[in-house]
Design a protein around this ligand. Structure first.
Ligand SMILES: [Mg+2]
Length: 244
């Protein structure tokens, strides 16, 4: 596998924590001349953190809205994958949403977001979440649920669109079938549809019924939840000489 793409929350973490196994995973991937690219719904600021503090070259953040990477001089560079007009429309809609629905709880990292915003739906009542979703639908604003947030955005943003752009512009010689993707939530569905090699870590079971496009391999058992599932699968994948 030339590139290992992975979601972050619930896939590279376990019960909300990033454990020591993460570094073992990075070592295996590096030893096999592959690259880990995190594709997450978290904000662009998280992308800066990941690229700065871990040996990662690229991160695709905000559900595919922006790519963060280090250039040849080692400086962090960002590429927005939506237009300035779409960014402005999102700002306006967010202001209106907050005014109309003060009960809507924006995620703490929403201030650091550029191409989407996020809502802490787990802290809100079901009725309030419904009202907010109806508002978004009426205003032609797209949204999806990760395992932590409802993310919303304007324009054609998805994890798979982010990855398609990334492969075309940053890695034109890598084919999608030479890559693998790991995920655990509904906002990973476009990736399960796009890639042939896809794996759901075992905690995906709770949302599996919501997916039209399911991962090709679904890991089972507590020992394959989140980060441990990715580690076990990657280890086996690189140890066996056979293809996926
Ligand atoms: Mg996730």
């Amino acid at each position: 596998m030339k590139i290992v793409f992975s979601d972050f929350d619930g896939t590279l973490t376990l019960n909300g924590n990033l454990g020591a196994v993460f570094f073992d995973l990075l070592n295996i991937i590096k030893a096999n001349m592959s690259e880990l690219v995190i594709v997450s719904g978290r904000s662009i600021s998280w992308g800066h953190f990941l690229i700065t503090h871990f040996p990662l070259k690229h991160a695709i953040m905000e559900g595919g809205g922006v790519i963060v990477y280090k250039n040849q001089e080692g400086h962090i560079v960002e590429e927005n994958l939506i237009s300035d007009e779409e960014i402005k429309k999102l700002e306006d809609i967010t202001a209106e949403l907050k005014e109309r629905y003060p009960e809507c709880i924006m995620s703490a990292d929403s201030f650091g977001r550029r191409t989407d915003r996020a809502i802490e739906f787990a802290q809100m009542s079901k009725e309030d979440v419904e009202k907010v979703e109806i508002f978004l639908i009426k205003n032609n604003v797209n949204f999806s649920r990760s395992n932590v947030h409802i993310n919303f955005w304007v324009g054609d943003v998805s994890k798979s669109n982010g990855v398609k752009h990334f492969l075309k512009e940053y890695n034109p010689h890598v084919k999608p079938e030479e890559c693998i993707f790991y995920g655990d939530a509904a906002n990973d569905e476009s990736m399960f549809e796009f890639f042939t090699n896809t794996v759901g870590v075992s905690n995906i079971i709770s949302i599996l019924g919501q997916l039209t496009h399911k991962p090709k391999v679904i890991l089972e058992g507590k020992e394959n939840a989140g980060l441990n599932g990715v580690y076990n699968h990657v280890k086996e994948l690189f140890e066996s000489s056979e293809d996926f």
